[in-house]
Design a protein around this ligand. Sequence first.
Ligand code: FAD
Length: 464
Amino acid sequence: FSPIHIIGGGLAGSEAAWQVAQSGVPVMLHEMRGVRGTDAHKTDGLAELVCSNSFRSDDATSNAVGVIHAEMRLAGSLIMACADRHQVPAGGALAVDRDGFSEAVTAEIQRHPLITVVREEVTALPPEDWDLAIIATGPLTSPALAEAIRERTGKDALAFFDAIAPIVHTDSINMDICWYQSRYDKVGPGGTGKDYINCPLDEAQYNAFIDALIAGDAVGFKEWEGTPYFDGCLPIEVMAERGRETLRHGPMKPMGLTNAHNPTVKPYAVVQLRQDNALGTLYNMVGFQTKLRYGAQAEIFRMIPGLENAEFARLGGLHRNTYIHSPTLLDQSLQLKARPGLRFAGQITGCEGYVESASIGLLAGRFAAAQRKGETPSIPPATTALGSLLNHITGGHIVSDEEPGKRSFQPMNINFGLFPELEPGSIVKPEGVKRFRGKDKTIMKRQLIAARALEHCKTWLGAA
Ligand code: FAD
């Protein structure tokens, strides 16, 4: 076989290289560190962890990231094998000795007879004679390559910052207080009437909320993160500081909305949540991008009527990040539709985190290797953690009815909201249990989704 070229030897690129090589196909892995650094990496080691040393929960029975760990192990992941070998005690989490981990990944990659590591910066899209290639250059993709990607994908399809609004699990929203309605009842093509969930605030609740936002503890931008705020993406707490009424005339305006539970009383302000995934299991808080610290966010956003018990699939943030608009640009096997054979992997596809980036590298590697061998890439079922994350990246997104053409696509960690719902009737009260409350049901639901994921992953790998 002729080699598959992989650009970037981070979490995703290293895993992709391993998967390709383990399937008997040679790899050229191009990594710029050693020649050119990034603002966050400190070493030349492959798969360097730039910040925390945690791979998060390792509980495969009821935690989504634990499930993806388990699936990656089943698929022969190098990143997971090295993490397991260099684990340090961290309760239920999988934390690693960062140097030992990166050194182990580097050694395994360098030792592999089918992998050649080339230390160079790739400054343009892969040349045509690299017929199969994977770009895995991460959140800190070098500017020259980012510009080349942007020229190819269009300027709106590559972001240099993420501006993330919190995302809430739908089943934790109190629909006795909230209601479904699009502003002015606009329904676009394919509209279900469930595109938006609205939370009403009266004047006192609004004022208390604004006070809490202003008092909230924001995270500063790191110097290298550059210009902090950009058009249309002001953090909600900055908007609140600009004037007490700013939010009521902006993202929290009550116009065109009638409280279904109390139609005669006009809400003073409304927080809207927009359907975030095709499954309808997640809703994002419209216009609520924020730099507040995570602890403060949960506390302040639970002040909103209807969100008092909100479970957040992810909290808001604003970071430097390079990622493409994968749902429109990539096909199911992570190939750029405009250039078959060129794949993307890792954080640049719009996943978030070490584990998720490595898992998308794992898939991109397997898909590219299959293609090189003349096989059809085998896509993991959507019920697996790998499949649900892939689905988030490549297509699980809805077009907003209210703003046709706009899609909500924000970088995402793996979470149970990305998995398809269970068959109706799957959650049954265990025998002998007297009180089976909402929390118990949530735990059982997660356990059932996790068990289904692992079972389907084993079948997928057996068939792959
Ligand atoms: P990376 O691991 O960044 O790998 C990309 C590689 O591509 C790098 O080695 C880079 O040198 C190389 N490269 C870039 N451009 C080129 C080029 N033109 N030619 C050749 N090589 C190139 N995630 C967590 O889970 N926990 C955290 O605590 C955490 N903290 C973070 C802190 C910061 C400051 C940043 C920026 C990100 C953080 N992340 C964290 C996210 C984390 O970086 C990613 O999830 C993960 O490292 C992404 O994996 P990746 O393989 O996509 O990119």
